[in-house]
Design a protein around this ligand. Structure first.
Ligand code: NAP
Length: 497
């Protein structure tokens, strides 16, 4: 892979190559309203590019295309779908530097992290290309021996895929790849803050040979204008959503009216447990990854550091020192180790959480304020808080680490479970028996055991409680896009009996 130096010309050249239309039935179209939507650079606040602003009419045209393409697409050979995915993987990897830079420009993450997301996000294409041809049903004899039973999987049908802004490539590949694998057609609605990566990704998937109408992309300024009419249309059969719990709940209510299959990847409030026997240097390294990757703007971000009282002082000192070494800067700066927050409103919300935490008795150990200058930076922050501090029950979605203490394993479990969310959690201990005991008792879909980053295309990703339902990735990921059909066959030996 050639690592290109980022110049202003290079940025412009890349931006000019990004399709700015709506992808409907294999064609890039203008929005029916004639309106455009500006996409900004969060490191400078400046406009990067204007794209077509899709509305409900465009969304319906996209569903028309998805619905018309569904029958033939469902009948394609699994190998054909697999090879399209595999070619798309190769093309995304070939254009790694373009995808990485585009994500850095529209979302803000440092280029090194954006490159990591390309590797991670592209892997869903390769993983599901492999799953496509290994997705079997079953054939068996009924228990009383009379009938033959056949269980098959069919594509669930046209699907609406709604993605957030924090991982612009991976959130799209995590949904589009299993939908292609299963034989579903789809309408993808990317977040309005970061639609460019999805548009470039859609172009690449078209180049990989995806038939017209299978993947349609409608970005726009009003999410509900796009999703609303589709959710009511009986041709839509599924919604897969990644985003906040509040919006997820609203979409589940809409989905109920149309009895849609739903996959919901919602908010998180991950506890990061450090026991007294943990390797503290490894725990700090894991804490930095779990907290600071993506500027803390991740559903899996460690949100509550629960540290045994005997090691808390040392852990906090080492963690604060590591946070102070970070360099917030525009993600294209080779020295940037942390980028800006996605926009001014999100940065203000983070600062309000910190101020409220301090008002409730929390102490700022380091950071605790917005960065200077242009762009929406927030200084990496460590807070010492009590177990009842309000920040522990909020999804911070920013580079702020509240640390509190516990005295016993039972207390640690109780604190970890004291949340409406149940997505990611992290355990640092050298005691594998403790790992099993704690894992069985904490209510989370994902557990990092002495590991600060565990997302992987081959693993089922998803949460419990208000973090949602369904899984993305792993063998489970394709099931979200299939429906089961059972064929009961009359006794083939009946005539001989
Ligand atoms: P968000 O505000 O819920 O938006 C997510 C997506 O939903 C965007 O495409 C947004 O469109 C769309 N949307 C907003 N309101 C809608 C409505 N009324 N009807 C239909 N669609 C609507 O969340 P976000 O701020 O982008 O992302 C942050 C949240 O996502 C956090 O809570 C985070 O934990 C969660 N997340 C979860 C996972 C997971 O796998 N569990 C992964 C990543 C993020 P617009 O952009 O146009 O508003």
């Amino acid at each position: 892979m050639t690592v290109t130096t980022v110049t202003a010309e290079r940025e412009q050249e890349l931006l000019q190559s990004v399709p700015t239309g709506l992808l409907i039935n294999g064609e890039w179209r203008d929005a029916s309203s004639g309106k455009t939507l500006d996409v900004h650079d969060p490191a400078t606040g400046k406009v990067l590019l204007s794209i077509q602003d899709g509305n409900s009419d465009d969304a319906m045209a996209a569903l028309d295309a998805a619905s018309a393409a569904q029958r033939d697409w469902a009948l394609t050979a699994p190998r054909e779908r697999a090879e399209i995915l595999r070619r798309a993987f190769d093309k995304v990897i070939e254009r790694s530097e373009d995808f990485a830079l585009l994500m850095t420009l529209e979302m803000g993450k440092p280029l090194a992290e954006a490159r990591g997301e390309v590797t991670y996000g592209a892997e869903f294409l390769r993983w599901f290309s492999e799953e496509t041809v290994r997705h079997y049903g079953r054939y068996f004899t009924s228990p009383e021996g009379k009938n033959k039973m056949i269980v098959t999987h069919k594509p669930v049908g046209p699907s609406l895929l709604i993605t957030p802004w924090n991982f612009p490539l991976a959130m799209a590949t995590r949904k589009v790849a299993p939908a292609i694998a299963a034989g579903c057609t789809m309408v993808l609605k990317p977040a309005k803050l970061t639609p460019l990566t999805s548009l470039l990704f859609a172009q690449v998937v078209q180049e990989a040979g995806l038939p017209a109408g299978v993947l349609n992309v409608v970005a726009g300024s009003s999410a509900s204008a796009i999703s609303g009419p589709l959710m009511k249309d009986s041709r839509l059969r599924k919604i897969s959503f990644t985003g906040s719990t509040a919006v997820g709940v609203k979409l589940m209510q809409d989905a109920a009216n149309n009895v849609l299959r739903t996959s919901m990847e919602l908010g998180g409030n991950a506890p990061f447990l450090v026991f007294e026997d943990a390797d503290l240097d490894a725990a700090v390294e894991g804490a930095m990854a779990a907290k600071m990757r993506n500027m803390g703007e991740a559903c899996t971000a460690a949100n509550r550091f629960l540290v045994h009282q005997d090691v808390a002082t040392e852990f906090k000192a080492k963690f604060a020192a590591a946070l102070q070494k970070l360099n917030p800067a525009r993600g294209t700066d080779p020295d940037a180790t942390v980028g800006p927050i996605i926009d001014g409103g999100a940065r203000d919300d983070i600062h309000t959480l910190v101020q409220d935490s301090v008002s409730a008795g929390g102490t700022v150990v380091t950071g605790g304020k917005p960065g200077d200058g242009d762009g929406f930076f927030y200084i990496p922050t460590l807070l010492e808080v009590g177990n009842d501090n309000p920040i522990l029950s909020e999804e911070i979605f920013g580079p702020v680490a509240p640390v509190t203490t516990f005295a016993t394993e039972e207390e640690a479990i109780e604190l970890a479970n004291a949340s409406q969310y149940g997505l990611a959690s992290y355990l640092y201990t050298r005691d594998v028996n403790r790992m099993f005991r704690v894992s069985e008792q904490i209510e989370f879909g994902l557990i990092g055991f002495n590991a600060g980053v565990i997302s992987n295309a081959s693993a089922p990703f998803g949460g419990v409680k208000q973090s949602g339902m369904g899984r993305e990735g792993g063998a489970e990921g394709i099931e979200e896009y299939t429906t089961v059909q059972y064929i009961g066959m009359a006794d083939p030996y009946a005539a001989q009996k």
